[in-house]
Design a protein around this ligand. Structure first.
Ligand code: RTP
Ligand code: MG
Length: 137
């Protein structure tokens, strides 16, 4: 079993499709082992996305991620990290496979509805950024 970290991003929460994204998560065989709704500050978004701090989209990305609440999740299943990225689809919804979250719900390359850890080391940073051991069941 493996754990990954996921975010239902502001564009999806604003459009009240949190439940639709959660349904896709459960249909794909993940167990939700942690979940909460939070409103990130700009500084908290910057800390989370620090690996992108030199990228041209960094400021816009952190403004987007802090403009309204998100749902943060820890998901568990076999091969969770790769599987969740497959269920999300490509970063740009225009390039995502049919049936993926970003294809069905994404608005743009930035407002793409979901986040997922890209490697075990990333998940090991991202999960404790948001959750304590006591919040994971
Ligand atoms: P994520 O980290 O959110 O799961 O997305 P990802 O791995 O597919 O993409 P990444 O390269 O890590 O980019 C992080 C997020 O930044 C926004 N982005 N905007 N305007 C742009 O060109 C651009 N490129 C990326 C997206 O919200 C992307 O998910
Ligand atoms: Mg990424």
């Amino acid at each position: 079993m493996e754990r990954t970290f996921a975010i239902i991003k502001p564009d999806a929460v604003e459009r009240k499709i949190t439940g639709k994204v959660l349904a896709k998560i459960e249909e794909a065989g993940f167990s939700i082992v942690g979940m909460k709704k939070i409103h990130l500050s700009k500084a908290q978004a910057e800390g989370f996305y620090y690996v992108h701090k030199e990228r041209p989209f960094f400021n816009d990305l952190c403004a987007f991620m802090s403009r309204s609440p998100v749902v943060v999740l820890v998901l568990e299943r076999e091969n969770a990290i790769a599987k969740w990225r497959e269920v999300m689809g490509a970063t740009n919804p225009a390039n995502a496979e049919p049936g993926t979250i970003r294809k069905e719900f994404g608005v743009s390359i930035e407002e793409n509805s979901a986040h997922g850890s890209d490697a075990p080391e990333t998940a090991a940073f991202e999960i404790p950024y948001f959750f304590s051991q006591l919040e994971l069941v």
